[in-house]
Write a protein that binds this ligand. Sequence first.
Ligand SMILES: C[S@@+](CC[C@H](N)C(=O)[O-])C[C@H]1O[C@@H](n2cnc3c(N)ncnc32)[C@H](O)[C@@H]1O
Length: 390
Amino acid sequence: MTDPSVPSPPADALAHSAALQARIAERIRRAGGVIDFSEYMRAALYEPGLGYYSAGSAKFGAAGDFITAPELSPLFGACIADQLVPLLRDWPDAQVLELGPGSGALAIAVLRRLAARRALPARYLLLETSADLRARQQQALTAALPGLAGRLHWLDAPPHAPWRGVVLANEVLDAQPVSRFMVTASGWQLLGTGLSDHGFIDRPMPAPPAWADHLARLAAALPVPLPVGHHAEFDPALNALLKTLAAPLEAGWLMFIDYGHPRAAYYHPSRHRGTLMCHYRHRAHEDPYLWPGLQDITAWVDFTALAEAGHAAGLELLGYTTQAGFLLGAGLETLAAEGAGDAVADYRQAQQLKRLLLPSEMGERFKVMVLGRQAPPPAAFERIERIEPL
Ligand SMILES: C[S@@+](CC[C@H](N)C(=O)[O-])C[C@H]1O[C@@H](n2cnc3c(N)ncnc32)[C@H](O)[C@@H]1O
């Protein structure tokens, strides 16, 4: 049953969702009655023309479904930009590659700050798979930074040619399709997506051999066994993504910012319903099968898995801390004081800083992990207490 606090979509949006549901249902029938949940989630978010990120609805900001840190305040991007300055000054050929740039807010804030500090990269690359979002980003960036159009390049796929510089990914890993499992009396059971008379449902399915090995290793690595009935997720494509991004990077960083935990907290018995969360018009709920294509579906990031995937791809862990720790280490307070304005602007800025920093808001739920090679760690990590991703 639909959570009554979640507002109902209009009729045209429901028709859009019905078209996507029909397409996914057909795939399930062709597959013999069940598909992996990651296949369902990929279609719900990225099916060309129909998926949540591929179709034209407003997603970001007050009128959309959620607000991200770069949407909240340009100081977030300015802090990141300040960390990039030494690398960009040392390497005149350095590029920045942003994954999943959303509305373009992070790119705008980073480039404005780098321009002010005379440390612009040779090129700022934006990897965006959604044609709709790419068009929105092009419009937003051209309007905000008319003088920088020549440095902006949109990509359809990660670069293959060797390059050096920095990959930025804010809230991209939480939007990766995950697979789900449940702990049963006889072990861990993969949960796929099947069909019932009322729509999509969870359906047990056999795990491919590689995943069965992954789940067995994961189970063995946990300090506390998970109880029967526990639900959880994992990202089956994380290692492949890290390999693709790391392979051509001769020197530089991959900076990931997202909500998540190290493994022991991620797979803790108290988190028995897993971390999957859906957002529609600023309401959060747990039903991934509600209105596919209209709502965001996310899962928290297992930062231990990310560090391991980086290691397997030949990268070193250069730093890991909370978003609050990183922003304070990067000089957020000084930047905020520089931007002081009238009373209304100061009040608004104070509210934004609270959301970025408070533990109950984004400050501790969000983490920053930097993986890299042939490059020193970002200076922010020298000024704060690091935490361990294990
Ligand atoms: C939650 S939004 C975050 C947007 C933006 N980074 C921000 O912070 O406001 C997730 C974004 O990641 C993009 N995305 C998901 N998987 C991706 C991938 N493998 N490569 C590039 N972008 C991806 C989506 O299309 C979407 O733009």
